[in-house]
Design a protein around this ligand. Structure first.
Ligand code: COA
Length: 258
């Protein structure tokens, strides 16, 4: 049914696994589109009470947007790509059923933003988070500039997004990026235990908790548009072309500031 996702429904828990382990589960446009489709199913299917999103394998949750699809991005289609990613991640954030990210390794770039869009993050002890877009001459484009400061505060978000530093699991726990750190074997069981506890509560009240907490951040919609506009602007720079080329050639980028 999906080319890049595996799905499994058991006892009301719907597990969505990003299945591109050979590319560290990088989110190509097709995978993003499938996430959109799968969330339509999640919204509409009564048997689904809660959701776990994870990545295939023990190395990566998702290592970002698929850099091999960046050729040909410019101000206009770059902004559209950002807006489309934001729209899909908004659908996840605003899902009226609980959504837990089971972060089983690298959650970088768009992968980190996917985890941020989920309601709760449970992470394995080998997980690491990061927004390395500035290494590519870019900024986060799927909501990271907005959700990261919401979760960890402005100062920490500024440092993380400007240095492109990776945050390990225990540090993620300290700064509020992770709710729990567990061994990889306990990752899915811990997510299931949280969902099963939530399932004992009133479902309408749960959906209203999600909605009410999200309203708290509603006034940030201009911020999301600014993110998409700046993401588009970055796509027209020489630094972006150099950053992507350097990644493909597995070398350090030489930025000119143009
Ligand atoms: N987009 C496309 N391909 C990606 C990818 C991405 N975001 N992340 C990893 N891959 C691919 C690699 O190109 C490689 O493919 P290849 O075997 O055909 O060369 C494969 O996945 C394995 O990655 P590799 O870099 O060899 O693994 P590693 O263990 O040495 O390093 C990372 C892992 C995650 C540190 C490294 O892959 C990386 O930095 N990825 C990009 C992260 C990023 O910048 N994300 C933000 C994008 S906006």
């Amino acid at each position: 049914m999906y080319n890049n996702l595996l799905t499994h429904l058991e006892h009301g828990i719907f597990t969505v696994t990003i299945n591109r382990p050979e590319k560290h589960n990088a989110l190509n446009f097709e995978t993003l589109h499938e996430l959109d489709q799968v969330f339509n199913v999640i919204y509409e299917t009564e048997e689904i009470k809660g959701v776990i999103i994870t990545g295939k394998g023990e190395k990566a949750f998702a290592a970002g947007a698929d850099i091999s699809e960046f050729d040909g991005l410019n101000d206009i289609n770059g902004r559209k790509a950002s807006e489309r990613g934001q729209e899909i991640f908004d659908k996840i954030e605003n899902c009226f059923k609980p959504v837990i990210a089971a972060v089983n390794g690298y959650a970088l770039g768009g992968g980190c933003e996917l985890a941020l869009a989920c309601h709760i993050r449970v992470v394995s002890d080998n997980a690491s988070f990061g927004q390395p877009e500035v290494n590519l001459g870019l900024i986060p484009g799927y909501g990271g500039t907005q959700r990261m400061p919401q979760l960890i505060g402005k100062g920490r978000a500024m440092e993380l997004l400007m240095t492109a530093d990776y945050v390990n699991a225990n540090h993620a726990l300290q700064i509020g990026l992770a709710n729990h750190v567990v061994s990889i074997d306990n990752l899915i069981p811990q997510c299931k235990a949280i969902l099963e506890k939530i399932f004992t509560k009133a479902p309408l009240a749960i959906s209203m908790v999600i909605e009410a907490i999200n309203v708290c951040y509603d006034n940030q919609s201009d911020g999301y548009q600014a993110e998409a506009n700046y993401f588009g602007h970055c796509c027209d720079t020489s630094d972006f072309k150099e950053g992507v080329l350097a990644f493909k050639e597995k070398r350090k980028a030489d930025f000119s500031g143009k």
